[in-house]
Design a protein. Structure first.
Length: 87
């Protein structure tokens, strides 16, 4: 089973990437396993390698990006650096 996962091609959304707000930069990773029925995954990595992952998946990459934007609006981008948590 692990070999199957390693052989899958990951497709990154163009909506992901480097995001800077209030002098803090994080990397928003929005991806899915290409050629599957899997939904989109959202993870955020801060400048120190801290990792925040959403436990749920998203039907579209737009939904994942909106969840990221909502988290930034609600908790601030600093929340990803100070206390990476699961969303």
């Amino acid at each position: 089973m692990m070999a199957e996962i390693l052989d899958r091609e990951i497709e990154d959304s163009p909506l992901g990437g480097s995001v800077t707000r209030d002098g803090i930069t994080v990397q928003a990773h929005i991806y899915w396993f290409a050629g599957t029925a899997d939904e989109w995954t959202l993870e955020v990595v801060d400048h120190e390698g801290g990792h925040t992952a959403w436990t749920g998946a998203f039907a579209t990459d737009e939904d994942a990006f909106e969840a990221f934007e909502h988290a930034v609006a609600e908790d601030g981008i600093r929340s990803f650096v100070e206390q990476p948590v699961e969303h």
